[in-house]
Write a new protein. Sequence first.
Lengths: 468, 468, 468
Amino acid sequence: MSLLDDDRLFPADPRTRDLSRALYAQARELPIISPHGHTQPVWFAQNEAFPNPAELFVTPDHYVCRMLFSQGVRLEDLGINRLDGSPVESDPRAIWRRFADHYYLFRGTPSQMWVDYSFEHVFGITTPLGPETADQIYDQIAECLAKPEFRPRALFDRFNIELLATTEGPLDTLEHHDTIQASDWDGRVITTYRPDAVVDPQARGFLDNLDRFGALVGEDATTWDGYLAAHRKHRAEFKKRGATATDHGHPSAQTADLSDAEVRALFDRVRQPGVSAEDAELFRAQMLTEMARMSLDDGLVMQIHPGSRRNHHAGMFDAFGPDKGFDIPGRTDYVSALRPLLQAVGLEPGLQIILFTLDETSYSRELAPLAGVYPCLKLGPPWWFFDSAEGMMRFRQLATETAGFYNTAGFNDDTRAFCSIPARHDVARRVDSAYLADLVVTGRLREGEAFELIHDLTYSLAKKAYRL
Amino acid sequence: MSLLDDDRLFPADPRTRDLSRALYAQARELPIISPHGHTQPVWFAQNEAFPNPAELFVTPDHYVCRMLFSQGVRLEDLGINRLDGSPVESDPRAIWRRFADHYYLFRGTPSQMWVDYSFEHVFGITTPLGPETADQIYDQIAECLAKPEFRPRALFDRFNIELLATTEGPLDTLEHHDTIQASDWDGRVITTYRPDAVVDPQARGFLDNLDRFGALVGEDATTWDGYLAAHRKHRAEFKKRGATATDHGHPSAQTADLSDAEVRALFDRVRQPGVSAEDAELFRAQMLTEMARMSLDDGLVMQIHPGSRRNHHAGMFDAFGPDKGFDIPGRTDYVSALRPLLQAVGLEPGLQIILFTLDETSYSRELAPLAGVYPCLKLGPPWWFFDSAEGMMRFRQLATETAGFYNTAGFNDDTRAFCSIPARHDVARRVDSAYLADLVVTGRLREGEAFELIHDLTYSLAKKAYRL
Amino acid sequence: MSLLDDDRLFPADPRTRDLSRALYAQARELPIISPHGHTQPVWFAQNEAFPNPAELFVTPDHYVCRMLFSQGVRLEDLGINRLDGSPVESDPRAIWRRFADHYYLFRGTPSQMWVDYSFEHVFGITTPLGPETADQIYDQIAECLAKPEFRPRALFDRFNIELLATTEGPLDTLEHHDTIQASDWDGRVITTYRPDAVVDPQARGFLDNLDRFGALVGEDATTWDGYLAAHRKHRAEFKKRGATATDHGHPSAQTADLSDAEVRALFDRVRQPGVSAEDAELFRAQMLTEMARMSLDDGLVMQIHPGSRRNHHAGMFDAFGPDKGFDIPGRTDYVSALRPLLQAVGLEPGLQIILFTLDETSYSRELAPLAGVYPCLKLGPPWWFFDSAEGMMRFRQLATETAGFYNTAGFNDDTRAFCSIPARHDVARRVDSAYLADLVVTGRLREGEAFELIHDLTYSLAKKAYRL
């Protein structure tokens, strides 16, 4: 018995399915390159057991929590802490049962496929989750978690991960990465520089963050020159912990290329309380160009993740903080927005920028045409709500004809949920196999090319795009 | 011989087709829930025979008239009255022949499938409409219409309609609904409160409408307090005639949450002639939030139908009035637009808002992410131009992965054309069967789940979403 | 051996594939109508041999050059001249080898299908292009080009082209069209009036262009009356060279309908140096309505190609000039933008406007609803980045249900690459065959209707839309 169909995500047509299987058989054996994600380095530094099934699968997974919330389950009842410290559910089994009761809500969603994959492949579970099986599955997972072979490093090795990048902020001391590097474990876990907390004047605590940033790095980050120097020094520290990339999560893809006098005046304004929305946007915009210039010097690849309207409900943000499912995509322009940066440095040899989107209309209209001509631009894989079978297929169908395959950057799992890493890569490998098989069967690609491409899409392109 | 392929809208792949058939076989037997539409209550109150084939199939159907107009047929020649009273075609057979001559224009459109379904299933016609068959088909339909079993109530029963909601404006006395309720017929026909005529300051005759609204309800609707009281009283009257929902057709989805002083000042401004476009938009926006607050009290479900740029050609509007095919969709934002309402009342238990769109780009980018977290939001089915096989399939493919199935609201036929009701539900049931079958065959859903879901999508979700 | 799969672009399902083949077999025999494109009339006037493979396939093809540039190949190394006259690669074989080295980049793109088609069907090549075959294929093409049967007129006849329209600007003397008309060759090559250079105040040299335009036509184009008269006279000259259409490539679809006094004042302003962006946009907008009014008099069909943000990188534009791959689509509104023109003349009998888009979101939301009601509007085929198998299929799936087939305008190849003409029409014929076959197999169209439609989509609709 099995939770998963061996042929899942392969087209129904027998000939196309056969070829999909053959392509996937090759992809399945390849190690995982995970160049962008949000797992915790402390897991691999300390290698402690994951505490219980609820904390592994429910509480930290914003996909899961938002769906349950949409159907009336309170976040408190899923064990999510309130900022005011008032009590929330602390019994992991009670949380698990709530999850099981509502698991039917995930029918047809990627979450179900990820969870079922982890259940079956990581924990050997073969019966579907539901009210009747909740306790039995809880016990089976809990029993596994107590064993050494389910500790983070063992799972990392078992998942066949060749490289895993985490993401750290500008105030992070990187101590866990130091611990990993100093250990005798040979798993390759690297960091990524995500400076939003000192780049976005609307970030919570921005002015304090500047002070802490300067203190941490040993520069006066309250002057423009010191601020830039602090970034340069901190980027170098990240590089020492393996970083090959930076990451920038902005509300829009706006860039700017101001004069030195303009940018100094702007920096003075954003260091005042009550910064205007226009100045905040302009500063973020300018900083993308500044970061691109630093990349020309130190070779770090830039990732731009724009377009999320974060914390859509102020009350939920005040009660629970960020990343609780209330981030909603919005329309995102790239053509005008990226132009100042591209005019300034877009043709510089060695610059590499990986673009992501939450606005699928941009794939064929903007992103593929841009990546199909600017040497510095590569298209990242479908992101967040679009990290799904349909989302991946739409990306290939909308982007390939204009950008080709070789202006794309392979797959990212982008996950906070460690056990979902192999599940997500499996989905991407299956969808790419299905897409390539369809191209072959409809006479748009030769079979030999498809076998080369499945290797590139699964493995080589990610290594090349991220300079790994 | 048959007009329709028994396997229409099922995928070509044999295995997927077989499963589609099996799912559809279950859906086909279920009664019709029609919670939103524009049929006339007078039909069911008076139960008179429909006058002739042209008035049943051509003159009132804006899909049909706009397509014929686009190819050079004048609306006058289809029997559509001019506001100036100048003569138009009055011979229904002549109108019918024009329809038949141009029926090839509907190839590949939903109209052809709806008309052919009605021809075959309601009137027993088995030859395609065209110039040679026009008269024969006209005669066959006319003959039927003269029989008692083709009167509205008999067709309602024959169509297996469990519930039908009509839509009435704020100046409607609901007399036909009273007649239906008082009759010995047990068909369930309910009304829906659509207050646009007294909510939209740009509606024709808005100021007069306010006076008439107050007089009808017995409140002074020219004061803010009296205006709100009038809505509350009229909503209660609608509820007495079975209403479980309100409906709001606005140019945008903009909402607002003004202070009491601001809204009183705004109400004073919109009661002046020559209201500005900004004030009109702001008043509509505020009224959505006011209506949501009333829903918290009386439990009526809100429907928001935004995004139609109505009466695109002023000359046609002046000559023929509204709803003649010159309403064109436009880009519609939901994320920023709905935020004021959602901040104000979006987490209130018991609030239910069903969202529709004419901008398909919003499905995956905005609507599914919003409905996938806010408990009050449900996604309505594809609307108007998208009430079609391709439109329905795109909706499922774009919305399901993020919103799931259980944040959607089942099917609406939304029709003015009574005979098209079973035809439209049939299309929805077939497309949903095909979509679910494909999920099963591609390993994304278990077969048992698909059989549960086809029942939910066809029947249960509509009843639950509309509180029927 | 063969470069191309005989069944390419047909669906995998055997029954659908069989019907696609049968439909395509009929389409393949039809002559090519090419009512919009950018081939050079001098080719057919002088009928000289094409110089070498690189100048035929690489240097003039912006699709090819932009893809190679995106992966680090300099335009100079593809033989593209710099405006400053500094030396570029002049060895066509070296250019060809660079193309061959990078030909794998085109996997999955329309360029590969077009090039492979031309290789096989025009030059008899049956081995894929790559580093090892570059020289052999170069030699084989070069050998062909030296033969009389590979001269432009011979290829035109061999390609079974019934009519080919080129596109000329307002400063063109049309001498090559005169030569073609005066020759004894019976190939039908006509021109198209594209007045952008004297309509867009932001066009390079606009003020000089006005002077030259007036001088060429014999009117004082620096006065509003003389300017309009110049257009009217030049349109008549184009009509004498067979033109049945005008073409308008604007950044947006904005139209305007100013009063006489307003437009005269505007014309005065745009004739000053340093015109504002707003005035430039307004003048282009007004000129679309002026051109529509002229079309009412002379019967020329209008084509509107909006939405390209041209010359995205100023440095590349300064170095190499326009049309080098740096034109990027952007969001394009039609509903509000076209309204002034449509209000003014949109219901006039005899007006015909063919709309194109680079924003695929407009198909179902704006263009199909507009073309489905306004008699003057027809939808042009997928354009530029969307002239591809996926792009064509999306167009049919998104537009047909609302606009039907008969509000579309057949296929355009829109190419600068002569040998790609049959390749591009072949793709369109195959995709339309596949689309129609799928409609039949899924019960949405009768088989006899599909055979009528494939003829219409391939041949009749283009002739009718362009009044050929």
